[in-house]
Design a protein around this ligand. Structure first.
Ligand SMILES: Nc1ncnc2c1ncn2[C@@H]1O[C@H](COP(=O)(O)OP(=O)(O)O)[C@@H](O)[C@H]1O
Ligand SMILES: [Mg+2]
Length: 305
């Protein structure tokens, strides 16, 4: 499926470029991965998924509700709970320090370090998950207190201010409570939290679905900017294909737990191979009209000017 993929830039994996984060170095290799919900009757939510995510890449995961996107994303981070069972396959994380981490083999302690530090997640509906009785600064601070116990208070405060500025919330908002912020601002706080420990991969599950189109666009632009600044990779999940076409380097289309097509955003739009992809594309009127509706991406990003 990846035959046609030409990375835009070849760079040394150990030095992520500042301005163009995409490389051909693998960050995550998923092989023959399957997940079943052990209920009656059993649900095969993820079927024999094989894919490679590259360092600095934004990989879009598309597919209708129920196609297995969230289950796959959880599986990759070992966030699944019973009745979910990983029945086959492996997920290997290629750390920037050169080690390869078999995620299925991590024990609980190693998993705790792995999450947040190496991979972080913005959950579906995350913006409603902020604690209503603590200000956002102290919720960000918790991440450092737990994962960077050696940090001094002053360093934590500085890091929080920097994060809030980075995501466009503004450090002056550190003492605000969730209810004082708009949905878009709350979602930016969640992104700040996911960014806190400078992970190499951010998994975002429908991060902008509940937001209006304008706010959604601003947040996507911010994610794209941050990705170029820090060189992390993103798995971006949404049923909103037009959105994915704009933000993704490549897109994987899921149907009934399987990846039926994986291509660059441009190829997927211009010559979708699978009938399901064509059906998915045609279900968005904004895409089927003028061809110009899709601005396209060629690997280097113009939108963060
Ligand atoms: N806890 C669960 N128990 C049983 N089935 C589940 C559970 N969670 C999800 N599923 C099923 O797994 C399939 C994939 O779901 P999900 O990963 O949430 O899809 P998506 O994120 O693409 O909407 C669906 O058929 C869903 O009903
Ligand atoms: Mg989902």
């Amino acid at each position: 499926m990846e035959g046609g993929y030409e990375p835009a830039l070849h760079v040394e994996p150990e030095r992520p470029p500042v301005n163009d984060a995409l490389t051909d170095a693998p960050l995550l290799t998923v092989s023959g991965y399957s997940i079943v919900y052990d209920v009656e009757p059993p649900v095969q939510a993820v079927r024999d998924v094989t894919l490679t995510l590259h360092r600095g890449e934004i990989l879009g995961l598309a597919g209708e509700s129920g196609s297995g996107k969230t289950t796959l994303a959880y599986g990759i981070q070992r966030l699944l709970r019973p009745p979910a069972v990983i029945t086959a396959g492996s997920v290997v994380f290629h750390d920037e320090d050169g080690t390869h981490v078999d995620i299925n083999a991590l024990d609980v302690k190693a998993l705790q370090r792995f999450r947040w530090d190496k991979v972080s997640m913005v959950f579906q509906g995350a913006m409603n998950a902020l604690n209503p009785v603590a200000d956002i600064g102290s919720q960000l601070e918790d991440v450092f207190t737990v994962h960077r116990p050696g940090m001094r208070r002053r360093e934590r405060k500085a890091a929080i201010a920097e994060l809030l500025d980075l995501v466009g919330v503004g450090s002056e908002r550190a003492r605000s409570y969730a209810h004082e912020l708009s949905g878009g601002m709350r979602q930016r706080v969640m992104i700040a939290m996911a960014l806190a420990l400078r992970p190499q991969l951010m998994v975002m599950d429908e991060p902008t679905t509940a937001l209006d189109v304008l706010v959604q666009r601003e947040i996507l632009q911010k994610i794209s900017e941050l990705r170029h600044q820090f060189g992390f990779s993103v798995i971006f999940i949404t049923h909103d294909l037009p959105l994915l076409l704009e933000i993704s380097d490549r897109i994987a289309v899921m149907k009934d737990g399987a990846i039926v097509e994986l291509a660059t955003a441009e190829d997927l739009y211009r010559s979708p191979q699978h009938p399901y992809t064509r059906r998915l594309l045609s279900s968005f009127p904004s895409l089927t009209g003028a061809r110009g509706a899709y601005a396209g991406r060629t690997g280097s990003s113009q939108e963060n000017a």
